[in-house]
Design a protein around this ligand. Structure first.
Ligand code: KG4
Ligand code: ZN
Length: 349
């Protein structure tokens, strides 16, 4: 089954084609350069950029998947079209939805809406076309998914495709958001996650003892206290900006260690309680080097899966993957309105 998907929930315009779980093409056009000066995503700019880019991005995805065919012919090869229905920025989501709807109508193909967080939770199951590189192991169900992105931090028990129980979520900031805010505070740039990740390698993770907010008795997270602790430390010890590289590296390493300790401790404790043998990490923060190594070191007796880097941050391949699963189970059509705060919900028993 061949499915085209469009992802426009935040600041990446992406289109992909998947065939039976395997990626035929996955094009991602990042808007990071547009939002960089604001140290965060400006929703209006994001929607406009999606509108300007979506046609070319879809065209490239079809060309990579099927070769240089006229649009009509390429679209005729599809079994359906998927789009990100939510959560995300309302205007940005609408651009992707209208584009997908137009293609589905004109090619007379079924249209299916996909939950972006569900796609992050399942992304480790997507098969990248192996261009010589060794294929990564993909997880069997059930597993515990930790979704860590710029807008969300959630622990979800994935019993099977379409069958989920959300155990906990952040009560305030998302993990990626605190990475971005720490980078902003240190005037390092945007998006902050990859910059903090890189700089932390030069720093001492024990330089500053930042809090590890564990919220015992719940599977929820809270990162706003940590964010404030970083703010006070920089204000009280950093001198005047620009801050020295040594200072920034130590703050980044210590801050990152606090986030990683919190995420690994809660996830591994939840896995033990649920008696699941597999943990899957997804979302942009899953690209973090220290998070990856810490999970591998600490996950005794458990298997931990990370999607390949290109499937951690926002991409349409993961949307196409879930879209294909939904189409297979007859879940096209229905309520297709975009939903900026769409929760992860079971849709299949
Ligand atoms: O999943 P994603 O691409 O978009 C959302 O759905 O939000 O996640 C983006 C987030 C940003 O906050 C970004 O700073 C963070 O993921 N991120 C990272 C890394 N790469 C991206 N955080 C930590 N370490 C990284 N290497
Ligand atoms: Zn995302």
């Amino acid at each position: 089954m061949k499915v085209l998907a469009i992802e426009t929930s935040c600041d990446e315009t992406s289109a992909a084609v998947i065939d039976r779980g395997r990626v035929l093409s996955n094009i991602v056009s990042s808007q990071a350069d547009l939002h960089e000066v604001f140290f965060g995503v400006v929703p209006e700019l994001a929607s406009r950029a999606h509108m300007e880019r979506v046609r070319a991005v879809v065209g490239r995805a079809l060309k990579d998947a099927f070769g240089p065919l006229p649009w009509r012919e390429a679209l005729s090869k599809l079994d359906g079209v998927a789009f990100t229905q939510g959560p995300g920025l309302a205007g940005a989501l609408l651009v992707g939805k209208v584009a997908a709807q137009t293609l589905a109508w004109s090619a007379r193909k079924p249209l299916v809406g996909v939950n972006h967080l569900e796609a992050h939770a399942l992304a480790a199951g997507v098969e990248l076309s192996s261009s010589g590189s060794k294929a990564l192991a993909r997880p069997a169900y059930p597993y515990l998914a930790l979704i860590v992105s710029g807008g969300h931090t959630e622990l979800v028990h994935v019993r099977a495709v379409g069958s989920y129980r959300v155990l906990g979520r952040t009560r305030d900031d998302a993990a990626g958001e605190v990475f971005d805010k720490t980078a902003k505070l240190l005037r390092l740039g945007y998006p902050g996650g990859p910059i903090v990740d890189r700089l932390a390698r030069k720093g001492d993770p024990a330089a500053v003892r930042f809090p590890r907010p564990l919220l015992p008795g719940t599977w929820d997270f809270s990162f706003s206290g940590l964010k404030t602790a970083v703010l006070y430390h920089v204000r009280d010890s950093g001198g005047a900006p620009p801050y020295s590289e040594r200072f920034c590296a130590d703050v980044c390493a210590s801050f990152q260690e606090a986030v990683v300790d919190t995420l690994t401790a809660k996830t591994l404790a939840a896995a033990e309680r649920l008696k699941v043998r597999r943990v899957v990490v997804g979302g942009g923060v899953a690209a973090n080097g220290r998070l990856r190594s810490a999970f591998m070191e600490r996950a005794k007796g458990l298997r931990v899966f990370f999607p390949p880097m290109s499937l951690c941050t926002d991409n349409a391949a993961m949307i196409a993957f879930v879209g294909e699963q939904r189409l297979r189970r007859g879940k096209s059509g229905g309520r297709l309105a975009v939903d900026p705060s769409m929760p992860v919900r079971s849709w299949h028993r």
